[in-house]
Design a protein around this ligand. Structure first.
Ligand code: FAD
Ligand code: NAD
Length: 585
């Protein structure tokens, strides 16, 4: 990926710089206002010089277009000819020229961050989060949105095409649009267009019997399991995302014939093969599997989505310490996450403000959220789709608390705290049994390999930061033979806030490897347990290794200041980076 030095961006005199009295602007020439630009883009003039064609741009080609009158910039894998836009850019030509002939993604993201600081001015109204460029009731109509924020629509007419290989490696499915899939693509077609970095190139094949169609995915990786594959089919559209390390391999096909709703998924771990067995609606022989749909047979870097979220979370932190709302327009990669509608099956109170929600996946979906990963829930709120991240949990810590436990491959549980003054959770809480909420594919960077040979596991959780610890606890106590000790320190304000307290106590009673310590920051005077906030004294006493050289993992999750402070304290206590996993998203 090409990098543009961004430290000095935006240019000292550019619009994005926050000067003491406001922002500095580069004066635009007459006839070069935002409205003039919009008029030009709608005039039908060929702004790319490519007569409407979209091309694949190599790095070498991109580098050649580095002059003012021939300036191409790559943003998130898409290349724009920004020369016609130069005079309309409020930050000035020099600012755009910083990214000439190279990847301007980082520069764009910085710019967005600064813009938000600027537009929201630090003291944020809740509407800042609802900012949706172009929507009439959004702050976009009240404040002038920087051009680059809405760059996709601003620069739509300047789109030259996609980067051929880097930074996002997408198979050019367009060339195949008119073809049908009659089995495995010739190897050269598959491999030529896939990443030259990352995992070995995956591929797929299909075969049939009278009643079944099997789609086989060859991941060429050994650490593949049922969590690694997400399948959705709706009408004739079939979609299978395979998570292969930090990549996602997508099969996306319009099936040639109808299939039944349910299907099965098998994984042959030893060879990294996944088989999805579809049941034909009619027992006829299929001549071909179907036609390729968007991004079919692509290997897409997953990390992008996480990075985008990290950047958003950075933005959030700067503009608003508390809210964590995603608006699609801000996060193209999050837009790319696939959502399916899940039905609310049950909702029960766990504490005075925390509920256990059980959602049922559609029968035509296979999705198992890996340990330590989260999904996004999406709901329309006053006409805007709002998404927030949540970490699925198991239905309980102990089976006796939930009999019978529903099969976990069809149901997803969430422990969600309802903030009565919050944006998303009150709406979620208003859902009735039988209502639907959209659930995304999983995200997150927690790797189960962290548990290999693990001896001591320490969990530091605050409030709903307990959620990732639920599956970790279940997994650690049942699947890690080397494990000697698990210690959970659970920080809450009051006793009433402790999620699943009695389950935790029972589990600790049953399994002597588990110790649980509750720490309250606002206890009643009768509380005789630990109290206070996370501190060196609390941690140094709690985090005792079993043996000097035992393999240790410390997981930490909670409010951002809690997690940040905790990580600093852990480092002071000489825990290495590899021994700490913080859930920050
Ligand atoms: P928000 O609108 O974000 O408000 C939250 C609180 O802050 C409210 O009390 C509100 O009044 C206050 N507030 C908001 N803005 C301001 C402001 N400007 N000034 C002062 N106060 C303000 N939560 C769970 O319950 N369960 C989970 O499993 C879970 N998993 C998560 C996983 C990840 C990766 C992350 C990042 C977060 C997770 N969260 C989880 C938190 C969740 O995403 C939401 O942040 C949370 O549900 C609050 O959403 P909300 O829209 O209802 O509240
Ligand atoms: P809360 O406000 O009830 O606080 C719980 C405890 O956290 C407090 O008792 C205190 O010990 C500690 N704490 C709170 N603020 C602190 C501060 N400023 N400095 C040090 N310690 C502090 O917590 P909550 O309302 O349940 O919030 C849970 C948080 O966890 C949310 O911010 C949520 O986004 C986050 N969360 C993150 C993930 C994730 O990243 N994967 C998952 C779940 C929850």
């Amino acid at each position: 990926m090409l990098n543009v030095p961004s430290q000095s961006f935006p240019a000292p005199r550019s619009q994005q710089r926050v000067a003491s009295g406001g922002r500095s602007k580069v004066p635009l020439k007459q006839g070069r206002s935002l409205m003039d630009w919009i008029r030009l883009t709608k005039s039908g003039k060929d702004l790319t010089g490519l007569k409407g064609r979209l091309i694949e741009v190599t790095e070498e080609e991109l580098k050649k277009h580095n002059k003012k009158d021939d300036c191409w910039i790559c943003i998130r894998g898409f290349v724009y000819n920004v020369s016609p836009y130069m005079e309309y850019h409020p930050g000035g030509e020099d600012e755009l020229m910083r990214a000439a002939g190279s990847d301007g993604t980082e520069l764009f993201d910085q710019n967005l961050t600064l813009l938000l600081r600027l537009e929201c001015g630090g003291a944020v109204s809740s509407r800042c989060n609802l900012f949706l460029p172009g929507s009439s009731d959004s702050p976009a109509s009240a404040i002038q949105v920087h051009r680059w924020v809405n760059y996709e629509s601003m620069l739509k007419e300047c789109l030259v095409g996609r980067m051929a290989i880097k930074p996002a490696v997408l198979k050019d499915y367009r060339e195949e649009e008119n073809k049908v899939l009659n089995g495995m693509l010739p190897k050269s077609q598959v491999t030529d267009t896939l990443a030259k970095e990352g995992p070995s190139y995956p591929s797929y094949d299909w075969f049939q019997t009278n009643s079944l169609v099997t789609i086989a995915i060859y991941t060429k990786q050994k650490d593949i399991n049922l969590d690694s594959i997400i399948v959705d089919h709706q009408d004739d559209s079939f979609r299978a995302e395979t998570i292969i390390k930090d990549f996602l391999y997508l099969i996306h096909i319009g099936l040639s014939h109808e299939v039944q709703e349910d299907f099965s998924v098998r994984v042959v771990e030893s060879v990294g093969k996944i088989e999805i067995v579809l049941k034909k609606k009619e027992n006829t022989s299929w001549d071909f599997l179907g036609h390729p749909l968007e991004n079919h047979n692509s290997l897409i870097p997953r990390k992008d989505a996480e990075d985008t979220y990290m950047k958003n979370s950075y933005i959030r932190k700067n503009i608003n310490q508390r809210r964590e709302t995603f608006i699609f327009t801000f996060s193209p990669n999050v837009v790319g996450l696939y959502y399916r509608k899940c039905q609310l099956i049950s909702k029960e109170n766990v504490t005075h403000d925390t509920r256990l929600f059980c959602l049922m996946l559609p029968p035509s979906t296979h999705l198992q959220v890996p340990i330590g990963q989260h999904v996004y829930l999406k709901l329309p709120i006053t006409g805007t789709e709002i998404v927030k991240p949540y970490t699925p949990v198991s239905g309980s810590l102990l089976s006796e608390f939930k009999e019978p436990v529903l099969p976990n491959n069809k149901y997803i549980y969430f422990l969600i705290k309802i903030y009565h003054t919050g944006l998303f959770t009150p709406e979620l809480d208003r859902l009735q049994i039988g209502d639907f909420v959209s659930v995304s594919s999983p995200e997150g960077n927690f790797k189960i390999s962290k548990f290999q040979e693990l001896e001591d596991l320490f969990l530091l959780a605050a409030g709903t930061g307990f959620t990732p610890m639920v599956k970790i606890l279940n997994y650690a106590l049942t699947d890690i033979p080397s494990l000697r000790k698990v210690k959970l320190m659970f920080f809450n304000k009051t006793e009433d806030d402790i999620i699943w307290r009695s389950q935790l106590e029972k589990l600790a009673f049953k399994d002597k490897r588990l110790d649980v310590e509750f720490v309250l920051s606002a206890p009643v005077s009768e509380w005789n347990g630990k109290q206070g906030h996370i501190s060196p004294a609390l941690l140094s006493e709690f985090l005792k290794r079993n043996l000097d050289k035992s393999k240790v993992l410390v997981c930490i999750c909670g409010p951002v200041p809690f997690t940040e402070q905790g990580v600093r304290l852990l480092q002071d206590l000489n825990f290495s980076k590899n021994e700490i996993h913080s859930f920050t998203a």
